[in-house]
Design a protein around this ligand. Structure first.
Ligand code: PMT
Length: 404
């Protein structure tokens, strides 16, 4: 369930005997690397205590819509924006009805209205309640709106009856949740991504670098893998763990990154250059540590190779996507890089003042020859998925045009 790594899941728990299974579900999601926050309805608290979920999630459990203390820590709108996915397990007939009809009279139902991320429901209720035509109408409404419905299973129920309405087992729900992050829009394609900073040595102990953490590039690589691509990542020095199922090559300098990319580029259909590659490096690196002798020190720099330009200039160049990190004139500078570097697409981000570099969230404006799209401020993981959707659209359109 590698797809769960780093995902932010808002787990809603509603009233029902199956609420005890949610504790197991929470543990499973966390064991597979998801960051989980729990919202409980008052009904759920009749079956399990918030303390159980607090202990298992390591985070405060949210129960009230109008709780000043909770709202000041993380308000309901922030919670709705924080999540990559809202998963409600168990979902009672009442909560299903509320979501189907846009009722927002408590924290969980309000969150469901306030979020634009996917919603998945694991219904659990008495079989007659499930089979009731009102519930079935609500189910149709929810399915038509694209919500994920997990189960329910059939079998013996807590009330002693037999039939459909049992909540799926926690393992099944976790598996289906993981799978929901897969899109398959890049199945069969090979993607090469660069990420992180480069370090340009001055002497054996010093270097010139920048504040790139690699978070954006790693998120893009992961999103490409979830989209079904075979992904390779060339990474500068970062403090991130190597993603599973992605072939990672670690480098230090721009020249090393250039040669690693050039070695692998023949096997790539799409190249995404998210690395903050140093434009210059030292003309000569001191062999010994430079002594503090004079009052000033001059370092002579030479231009580094431009990896992205070299890739897009190749005869059979892959679909090439650049990033533009700008402190001013975002659109003009990004458009000029799109043309100068002969790119298919460029993702521009405003940087500086704690933006872009080394932050968990980002905002991008993506430009291509015939269009542009704004991707609003969001966690880099979610932004990366949206970017990959755009890339897949343009890449597939370009390939379709080629074949006609
Ligand atoms: O790593 P994070 O902390 O998550 O931060 C993310 C980020 C801000 C680094 C990322 O979103 C980003 O903007 N990456 C590109 C940074 C950059 O170097 O931008 P640029 O405008 O200077 O370069 C334009 C493009 O050319 C980039 O795609 C860059 O990778 C590429 N380039 C630049 C110089 C060079 N010698 N070779 C290149 O390939």
């Amino acid at each position: 369930m590698y797809q769960l790594a780093g995902k932010r899941i808002l787990l809603g728990v509603t009233g029902g005997i199956a609420a005890y299974k949610s504790a197991v579900l929470l543990r499973l999601l966390r064991n597979h690397g998801a960051d989980v926050r729990v919202v409980m309805t008052h009904g759920a608290m009749e079956f399990v205590t918030p303390l159980t979920f607090q202990a298992l999630s390591g985070k405060p459990v949210h129960t009230e819509l109008l709780d000043l203390e909770a709202e000041s820590a993380m308000g309901h709108i922030e919670l709705a924006r924080w999540a990559d996915l809202v998963l409600i397990a168990p979902t009672s007939a009442n909560v299903m009805a509320k979501i189907a009809n846009g009722v927002a009279d408590d924290l969980l139902s309000t969150l469901c209205l306030a979020t634009d991320v996917p919603l998945m429901l694991a219904p659990a209720m008495n079989q007659q309640m499930w089979l009731n035509s009102v519930t079935q109408e609500n189910l149709e409404k929810l399915k038509n709106r694209g919500l994920g419905i997990l189960g329910p299973a059939e079998g013996e129920q807590a009330c002693g009856e037999n039939g459909p309405g049992r909540m799926l087992e926690a393992e099944e729900i976790a598996l289906l949740t993981a799978k929901s992050f897969e899109t398959n829009i890049l199945t069969g394609s090979r993607v090469l991504v660069t990420a992180g900073p480069t370090r340009e040595a001055i002497d054996p102990v010093r270097y010139i670098s920048n504040r790139s953490s690699g978070k954006m590039g790693y998120a893009v690589a992961l999103a490409a893998m979830e989209a079904g691509a075979q992904v390779s990542l060339v990474s500068g020095p970062v403090n991130l763990s190597e993603p599973e199922r992605i072939n990672v090559t670690k480098v230090n300098s721009a020249v090393e990154m250039h040669s690693a990319v050039m070695q692998q580029i023949c096997n790539a259909d799409i190249f995404i250059s998210a690395a903050a590659v140093a434009d210059y490096s030292l003309e000569s690196i001191a062999r010994q540590k430079i002594k503090k002798s004079d009052d000033s020190l001059q370092l002579k720099l030479k231009k580094n190779p431009d990896i992205l330009s070299d890739v897009s200039a190749m005869q059979n160049a892959p679909f090439s996507v650049g990033f533009a990190a700008e402190t001013e004139n975002l659109e003009a500078n990004a458009q000029s890089k799109l043309h100068a570097k002969k790119l298919d697409m460029i993702a521009a981000n405003q940087v500086g003042d704690e933006q872009g570099f080394d932050a968990d969230t980002n905002a991008l404006t993506v430009y291509w020859k015939t269009g542009q799209k704004q991707l609003q401020q969001a966690p880099k993981t979610r932004l990366a998925r949206n970017l990959i959707n755009l890339i897949a659209d343009q890449y597939n359109a370009k390939n379709t045009n080629k074949t006609h």
